[in-house]
Design a protein around this ligand. Sequence first.
Ligand code: DX5
Ligand code: ZN
Length: 219
Amino acid sequence: MATEIAPSILAADFTRLGEQLEAVTAAGADLIHIDVMDGTFAPNITLGPAIVSACTRATTLPLDVHLMIEQPDRYLDVFAEAGAGGLTVHAEVTPHLHRTLQQIRTLGVKVGLAVNPLTPLEIYREALPYLDLALIMAVNPGFGGQHFIPASLQRIATLRAWRDALNPACRIEVDGGINVDTVAAVVEAGADIVVAGTAVFGSGAVSDALVTLRAAAGR
Ligand code: DX5
Ligand code: ZN
């Protein structure tokens, strides 16, 4: 399967969100990535369910909702009702992870688990059978436009081997610092889905940027 590209609207021009969503959809984006931050787990406050709901009116693409929030269980149903196609929670803030993943499954959306750059990957050995998405953070949660952490490549490759053995249907998603210079190595290491905020929305024509990124991804 070709690499999928998930533009992250964190870097979009919110005064023209509908227009920009239509442009990336027409240019061949595969998912729309929505970063939800609570100012506690992540040092920024970003998007909530009203934005998810608004996105459903501007694109038919699946909405890939990345919850960088404490106690995500409290909001899973709200985001599913708002139109999320998938909900990804962070391993660092989900002590009852099995229950949380089951709760997402019950809501009928894709089940995702994310880890920060230095969180041990071992949790995936146990969690992979429950997942549709395994998200490796290649920057620390909080802001767009950060530099890709090179050690992420080895982590992607490790996860890829476990994924192939334990749950081949699970997709590996990589988030943070992905641009024309880093995307090829990320795909080569084993990513199925690449998230890109600044690289898509950070300059001029978003559709051209998406096409350029896809070409740089190589496959
Ligand atoms: C970071 C977010 C990312 C962010 C990526 O906390 O999870 O999804 O939007 O932005 P870029 O592509 O600019 O690194
Ligand atoms: Zn994200």
